[in-house]
Write a protein that binds this ligand. Sequence first.
Ligand SMILES: [Zn+2]
Ligand SMILES: [Zn+2]
Length: 187
Amino acid sequence: MAGAVDYAAVETDEELLDWSRAYCREVRRTRGVDVRFDLVEWEVSHRAKRRAAALKRPKLPDTTVGEPCDWEALEGADGRPLPCTLSLTREAFDAFDRTEWAATLRHELVHVEQYQRDGTTDHGAAFRERAAQLDTEVHCPAFAEAKHVLTCGDCGELVARRYRDCKLVRERDRYRSGCCGAALERS
Ligand SMILES: [Zn+2]
Ligand SMILES: [Zn+2]
């Protein structure tokens, strides 16, 4: 893995994007996914409740999966696919392990590939076939909401999300927040 950051060391949203971009480039190189990353924008979402990631794209009229879009004829496109945005959900990254996160990115790459070729994308037969080739899921990956959310008792800043009971949750009286050195609150 030629990532700029080690997966286990990812902390900031910027590192999450760096790792994910590097992984997607590797998938393109090793699995022959036909995507143009210069026409993809990336963002991290903190609001998505269930979707691990999503492709935001313009809704173009008269487009069908399986029929290449005539980008030349599309006003404002200059013969190239209009930009799309890959929105990655931070909470999903935190909830998933590396295998699940990588599969999520491959799922989104199928959407990008379809969109950049055909001007639209869905989860139909062509998607199923491509998802199988790329060894990923057909359904948009969902994630569970964190079971425990620990915040700083003084300032309310998020300290940790946990998806199962663990020492930090069970023995939270013994821990202090990094920001204020205050007791942790559970919500
Ligand atoms: Zn999907
Ligand atoms: Zn605090």
